[in-house]
Ligand binder design. Structure first.
Ligand code: HEC
Length: 115
């Protein structure tokens, strides 16, 4: 009787463990894909002006006067507004990207900053 209870307890602990491992793994995967989608969006929609390295050292970037994102120090909220609505010669992306896509690409370009 007693050993049956112990077996039950062990079984419960093991299944909780398996469940937790599964949960942590799937949330890690989500973080990885959010990161790579920000990078993908950047390559696809931003790099022609801002450059693969963020320094806006491209023909199109120079023509438009694109900002060097490694020197940018705007807040996340301001960045999201600019990416959404555009500013001066930068087009807005509200019709091209989802809210999540805009946040992802904003998080990605924060990585260009040296500060
Ligand atoms: C057609 C060229 C072009 C494209 C494409 C473009 N930008 Fe820009 N971006 C600009 C220009 C020009 C400015 C400067 C706007 C100004 O003078 O206020 C700018 C400014 C910014 C700023 C403000 C930086 C600061 O410190 O003021 C951010 C953030 C930014 N761009 C992010 C992006 C992201 C993210 C994408 C892609 C989703 C993107 N840009 C695509 C041309 C572009």
């Amino acid at each position: 009787m007693r050993s049956k209870n112990i077996a039950k307890t062990v079984l419960t602990l093991v299944s909780v463990g398996v469940g937790l491992t599964f949960l942590t793994q799937s949330s890690n995967n989500q973080m990885i894909s959010a990161k790579s989608s920000g990078a993908d969006i950047y390559q696809q929609h931003c790099a022609t002006c801002h450059g693969a390295d963020g320094k806006a050292n491209t023909a199109r970037g120079k023509r438009k006067g694109a900002t060097d994102l490694t020197k940018s120090n705007i807040s996340t909220a301001q960045g999201i507004r600019i990416i959404t609505n555009g500013r001066e010669l930068m087009p807005g992306f509200k019709d091209t990207l989802s809210d999540t896509g805009i946040k992802d690409v904003m998080n990605f370009i924060r990585g260009f900053r040296s500060n």
